[in-house]
Design a protein around this ligand. Structure first.
Ligand SMILES: NC(=O)c1ccc[n+]([C@@H]2O[C@H](COP(=O)([O-])OP(=O)(O)OC[C@H]3O[C@@H](n4cnc5c(N)ncnc54)[C@H](OP(=O)(O)O)[C@@H]3O)[C@@H](O)[C@H]2O)c1
Length: 409
């Protein structure tokens, strides 16, 4: 069917959506070589018109008014697009009809959710519909979980090229970050805790290392994520919990399962934050573990959560322009050869903006362009970034989004 535009940016008036629009304007202005066309959508025409002015978007850009609470407005806007990119979150609160409509209408979809329980529900409810319509649905296209998912793909390709075998274990170690939190991301955390209060089974699902695996998938050897300080001899350093591990590790394991276990049925993957090696490293790792545990515990207790909500950024608020511009991230990777330690491989991922917003918005935008423009090895269904867009993204992200994957000698 003829579509009015390739990409619909839903949530363009929000904190991250505005940055997505900025990236698309810079890389895919009218008449761009790939001929990618895009429109902006939100619930308020006034705000969309303001966005066009403040971001100096092309005056001819299509503005689509759609409200998550009014499915008929959503259906009209979605049916005009080849791909929906949405930053309207918390997704469990606002996103279910968007996914359902994309699956029904055969429109590709990408988002920034980190809400594992919601992804599980969407997969279970709409997988068959998406398979039939041809819609490729790809969650977690931001800092969670692109560097993790693509980082593992990158290391596994390297291990295969160099040693003709898959790595049996990949370790992700967050080594250096500069950035900030937005109210929208915090709102997603609060919303997940509120839902789990009504349905405590959600905590069990979220804690399951294989929570996102396809039904009947093989349960490998991975256990819970790191919660305490540990000494990691492979990095000769202390490690602390990594805040996004509970999302990223599930996505990487799902990628392995969806691709038919190319990395082995007992492939292992874990994420942690890298600290120095001596006593200062231990103290830092312990402090981080305590901070992480305290924040987690406070989120689960309603009066303490309300206290946090009062003092932390509100939806629509986030890091300053200079925090975004001067932010960055650096992640170290180790891919273990199954039998010969001399053949282990080390890699690094870096990003040139703050991870949560500056880099995230570019990664998400490039996922949408890849869904609209690039050949994909898969048909309709719920995929991960690596399983649906792996090869495209390993080219697009360094070229267009300032995210680099390197081998470390
Ligand atoms: N995974 C990652 O790496 C990552 C990074 C950043 C953000 N995120 C996630 O991305 C999401 C957005 O974050 P953010 O900081 O950009 O949030 P935000 O600034 O609060 O933006 C939310 C957007 O949703 C829109 N919206 C709210 N209710 C709506 C409705 N009923 N119908 C249509 N639109 C509606 C808002 O519209 P108005 O402008 O009209 O209010 C706004 O545009 C959050 O879920 C966050 O957790 C993930």
């Amino acid at each position: 069917m003829q579509k009015e535009f390739d990409i619909l940016v839903f949530g363009a008036t929000g904190f991250t959506g505005r940055l997505v629009a900025r990236h698309l304007k810079k890389r895919y202005a009218e008449g761009n070589t790939s001929n990618t066309t895009w429109a902006v959508a939100g619930r308020s025409l006034d705000k969309l018109q303001q966005l066009v002015k403040t971001e100096q978007l092309p005056p001819s850009i299509s503005l689509q008014v759609a409200d998550s609470n009014l499915p008929e407005t959503l259906a009209e806007a979605i049916s005009k697009a080849r791909v929906v990119l949405t930053t309207v979150g918390p997704y469990a609160r606002y996103g279910s009809d968007v996914v359902r409509l994309c699956a029904e209408l055969g429109v590709h979809y990408c988002d920034l959710t980190g809400e594992v329980h919601w992804m599980r529900r969407m997969i279970d409810q709409h997988q068959h519909t998406a398979e039939r319509s041809g819609a490729r649905i790809v969650h977690t296209c931001g800092f969670d979980s692109i560097p993790s998912d693509l980082g593992v793909l990158f290391m596994q390709k390297l291990m295969q090229e160099r040693h003709g075998i898959a790595a049996c274990h990949v370790k992700y170690r967050g080594s250096d970050f500069k950035g900030g939190f937005s109210g929208g991301t915090l709102d997603s955390m609060w919303s997940m805790a509120e839902l789990a209060e009504r349905d405590p089974a959600l905590w069990k699902l979220i804690a399951d290392p294989y929570a996102l695996d396809p039904e009947g998938g093989h349960r490998g050897q991975d256990g819970p994520d790191h919660t305490t300080p540990e000494f990691d001899p492979d990095f000769n350093a202390w490690v602390a919990p990594f805040v996004m591990a509970g999302i990223n590790t599930r996505v990487v394991r799902r990628s392995n399962a969806l691709m038919g276990y190319p990395w082995g049925r007992n492939f292992r993957y874990d994420e942690a934050t890298l600290m120095p090696s001596g006593p200062f490293g231990f103290v830092g790792a312990a402090a981080m573990a305590v901070g992480f545990g305290t924040m987690n515990a406070m989120t689960r207790v309603p009066p303490l959560r309300e206290l946090l909500q009062r003092v932390m950024p509100k939806p629509g608020e986030g890091p300053s322009e200079s925090q975004i511009e001067n932010g960055f991230f650096k992640i170290e990777l180790l891919a273990k050869h199954p039998t010969d330690a001399a053949k282990h491989l080390r890699g690094r991922i870096t990003g040139d903006k703050d991870p949560g917003y500056g880099s995230t918005s570019k990664m998400l935008a490039e996922c949408a362009v890849a869904l609209a423009r690039d050949e994909s090895p898969v048909g309709g269904g719920f995929w991960t970034p690596a399983s649906a867009l792996g090869e495209s993204l390993l080219e697009r992200l360094p070229a267009n989004a300032g995210v680099r994957f390197e081998v470390v000698s």
